[in-house]
Design a binder for this molecule. Structure first.
Ligand code: KG4
Ligand code: ZN
Length: 368
C-alpha cells in the first residue's frame, strides 16, 4: 500500500511517500521519500513557535515539497518562484492513501495540512482514501520505521518477538505519557504530566541558561562535558505510587538556582553543570516510573517515542534499564524522533488496517 502523508502540526512542514505492507502482525515500511522543512531558524528569535509564522511557512512550503516528491524528485532545490504558477504533471499517480495529521497541535498550522491534503486528494488522487491521523500515534509507531543502527531486533523479526504487553513512554514538547500497551492498537494510559511536558521543561531551562530554541538538543550538548551530580535538583513525584509526572517544580528549582548564583551564571562550566544536573533529574524521573511499570505489569518491552526520544542520555539509560529488567527496548531511528511525515504514514497504515475513521478537520486537543 502506497501512502502519501502530510505533517504540519507545529514548526516542521513534512511530506512523505511510504510503501507499507505486512499487516497488523508484521507491519513493514519502506520510506521512499520523507522531506522535512524545519522552521526552527524563523521561530528561534522568539524563543518558541509563533503560530502565524508557522502557518505562513507551511502554506509556502507544502506545494514546494509536494512538487519535489511527486513532480521533480531529482531536483534538490526548487525555486518557489518557478514552481508556484507553473502547470505541472504528477509523476506517480499510484497512491492508495492520503494521510494528514489532524491533531493535536497548533490549530492554524493543522488547518494548512488538512486543507492541502483535501486539495491534492481531490485534484490528483481522487481514488485514494483520505484519512486523518493523530500526531501522537505517529510518534508512538515511529519505532516501526526502518533503521540501520541501534535496533535490537529487525522489522522482519517483529512478528516473532513477544513485545506485548509493552510500556510506552511518549515524550515530546507537548506531552509526557506513560502507556500500558496490550497490542499495537490497544492501550491504557497509566499516567501523564500534571503540568509541563518534559520537552517543554528542556526548552524553558535552556532559555534560562541563555541557550537557543529548541532547548532539548542544546541542553544535551551543554550537558555532555558537565557534571550531572553537581546540583541535586528535585525529582518531583518520582517516589509517588501513581504514574503521573510533574516537571514544573524541577524547572522552578533550576530558575531559583540560577537566580541564587548570578555571579557564576555566565560561566561556561556553570551552564554545563546545571544542564547536566537538570537532564539527570528529568531522565531519572522518566526512567524510574517506566521501570516500575514494567515490573508491575510484567511488560516484555519498553517503547520510547516523541521528540525527547532523541535525547542520548534518556536512550542510553533506558537501554541499560531494559537489559537489567530483561526486556526489549524499542526507539525510533534518529531521523524519526522529531516531527516528520513518515511516522504519520506508519500510523495511517495501522489505522487503515483497523478500519478506524477520524474526522478530516483540525483537532488541536486530540488525545492519545
Ligand atoms: O515531537 P516533537 O518534535 O514535537 C512535538 O510534538 O512537541 O518534540 C519537540 C520537543 C522539543 O521540546 C525539543 O526540545 C525536544 O523535543 N527535543 C529534545 C531533544 N531533541 C528534541 N529534548 C531533549 N533532548 C534532545 N536531544
Ligand atoms: Zn511531535
Amino acid at each position: 500500500m502506497k501512502i502519501l502523508s502530510i505533517e504540519t502540526s507545529c514548526d516542521e512542514t513534512s511530506i512523505a511517500s511510504v510503501e507499507a505492507s505486512g499487516g497488523i502482525r508484521a507491519p513493514r515500511f519502506k520510506v521512499l521519500q520523507n522531506i522535512v522543512s524545519s522552521q526552527i531558524a524563523l521561530h528561534a528569535p522568539f524563543g518558541g513557535v509563533v503560530p502565524n509564522i508557522a502557518k505562513r511557512e507551511h502554506l509556502k512550503n507544502l506545494p514546494i515539497i509536494f512538487r519535489q516528491i511527486f513532480v521533480n524528485p531529482k531536483s534538490k532545490i526548487l525555486n518557489p518562484k518557478q514552481t508556484q504558477n507553473t502547470e505541472y504533471k504528477i509523476l506517480s499517480t499510484k497512491v492508495d492513501v492520503v494521510a494528514v495529521t489532524v491533531g493535536p497541535g497548533l490549530e492554524p498550522a493543522l488547518w494548512t495540512g488538512v486543507n492541502f491534503a483535501k486539495e491534492i486528494h481531490k485534484n490528483h488522487f481522487p481514488k485514494a482514501k483520505l484519512i486523518g491521523v493523530n500526531h501522537m500515534e505517529g510518534h508512538l509507531y515511529s519505532f516501526l520505521l526502518p533503521q540501520k543502527t541501534q535496533f535490537p531486533i529487525s522489522n522482519s523479526q517483529f512478528s516473532k518477538t513477544k513485545i506485548f504487553p509493552a510500556v510506552g513512554l511518549v515524550v515530546s514538547g507537548g506531552h509526557t505519557i506513560l502507556l500500558l500497551m496490550k497490542s499495537l492498537t490497544e492501550w491504557k494510559k497509566l499516567g501523564e504530566t500534571r503540568d509541563d511536558a518534559v520537552g517543554e521543561a528542556f526548552d524553558k531551562v535552556a532559555r534560562m541558561l541563555g541557550l537557543p530554541y529548541p532547548g532539548g538538543p542544546e541542553i544535551q550538548r551543554a550537558a555532555a562535558p558537565g557534571d550531572p551530580s553537581s546540583v541535586n535538583f528535585p525529582r518531583p513525584m518520582m517516589k509517588d505510587k501513581n504514574y503521573d509526572f510533574s516537571f514544573s517544580g524541577l524547572k522552578t528549582s533550576v530558575l531559583y538556582y540560577i537566580r541564587d548564583h548570578k555571579e557564576q551564571s555566565k560561566n561556561k562550566n556553570f551552564i554545563e553543570d546545571v544542564a547536566a544536573s537538570f537532564q539527570a533529574a528529568a531522565v531519572e524521573t522518566l526512567v524510574y516510573k517506566t521501570a516500575r511499570a514494567v515490573q508491575e505489569f510484567k511488560a516484555k518491552s519498553i517503547i520510547l517515542a516523541g521528540g525527547v526520544a532523541a535525547n542520548q542520555s534518556l536512550r542510553e539509560t533506558l537501554v541499560k534499564t531494559s537489559k537489567e529488567l530483561g526486556v526489549h527496548f524499542f526507539a525510533p531511528p534518529m531521523a524519526y524522533n522529531t516531527d516528520n511525515a513518515a511516522m504519520i504514514a506508519a500510523a495511517a497504515y495501522i489505522q487503515t488496517l483497523k478500519k478506524k475513521n477520524r474526522r478530516i478537520t483540525a483537532q488541536a486537543n486530540l488525545n492519545l
